[in-house]
Design a protein around this ligand. Structure first.
Ligand code: MF3
Ligand code: CO
Length: 253
């Protein structure tokens, strides 16, 4: 979808809030706290900025998401639900995904935080996932196609032999959380929808240390790696322009 200048400004505002909340959560994660505690910090931060969680009460079939943010630890890939039963431990890999609505528009972003002491393989996993996102964003240019973004992630990650999750994808975002086009983290160069100035896209590689295969937990939301090895997730909302892509989910200084 091509956004009007007014819509783009509204999406910008929403994205800055999403990024500010995510940064606050990333700075708050500590060994010993529960993922429920972290989610509650998110709830308050979102409220404090005059926004609302787009995750809370989000519906997928019969399942209604019960938390304010998604917190996915270690083998959890995405859509983890903060709970008093999960304590964050030394060495954990904590993925935090914040999606907020502000004045009718959505901002969506995620990142993975490492708790000390950091194992080398986790450090590499997180670096490669973050770098694959930066590389993919560099292809979010007018005249390119969705497949150029997808292929960039795939090409980057394959060199490092990690598992690329195929069951979840990036997406258009703006007035609702998930809009066309879908943006897989694998694909052919030059395939898929043409990118045009004014499109807002959530690009989000989800990368596993081991197998790309996933399993769903009984809660209907939490996706975990089939081999229970660790997973990382980075996401930005990006505006396609006439020039360089603009990353919208950067917190205000
Ligand atoms: N960034 C995630 C996504 O695009 C956020 C999902 S929120 C939830 O799917 F409600 F579905 F958990
Ligand atoms: Co998303």
């Amino acid at each position: 979808m091509i956004r009007s200048d007014e819509e783009i400004q509204s999406i910008r505002d929403a994205c800055i809030i999403a990024a500010t909340v995510l940064e606050q959560l990333a700075n708050s994660v500590q060994e010993g706290m529960t993922t429920y505690d972290l989610d509650q910090i998110g709830r308050q931060a979102i409220k404090g900025l005059g926004a609302e969680s787009a995750c809370y009460n989000y519906r997928n079939g019969n399942h209604i998401f019960p938390a304010y943010t998604c917190i996915s630890v270690n083998e959890e890939i995405v859509h983890g639900i903060g709970t008093l039963h999960r304590v964050i431990r030394a060495g954990d890999v904590v993925s935090i995904d914040v999606v907020i609505r502000y004045r009718g528009y959505i901002g969506d972003n995620a990142r993975t935080v490492l708790i000390a002491p950091v194992a080398d393989e986790n450090q590499r996993l997180v670096e490669v996932t973050e770098q694959s996102l930066a590389y993919a964003i560099s292809f979010a240019r007018a005249g390119n196609r969705v497949g150029d973004i997808s292929n960039a992630v795939e090409r980057f990650v394959k060199r490092h032999n990690f598992g690329i999750v195929r069951d979840f994808v990036g997406h258009g975002v703006g007035a609702t959380m998930h809009e066309a086009p879908q943006i897989p983290n694998f694909g052919r160069r030059g395939s898929g929808a043409l990118l045009k100035p004014g499109m807002t896209l959530a690009i989000e590689p989800m990368i596993n240390l081991g197998t790309p295969e996933i399993k769903m937990l009984d809660d209907g939301w939490t996706a975990v790696t089939a081999d229970r090895k660790n997973s990382a997730h980075f996401e930005h909302t990006v505006l396609v322009t006439d020039e360089d892509p603009e990353i919208l989910t950067i917190p205000k200084k």
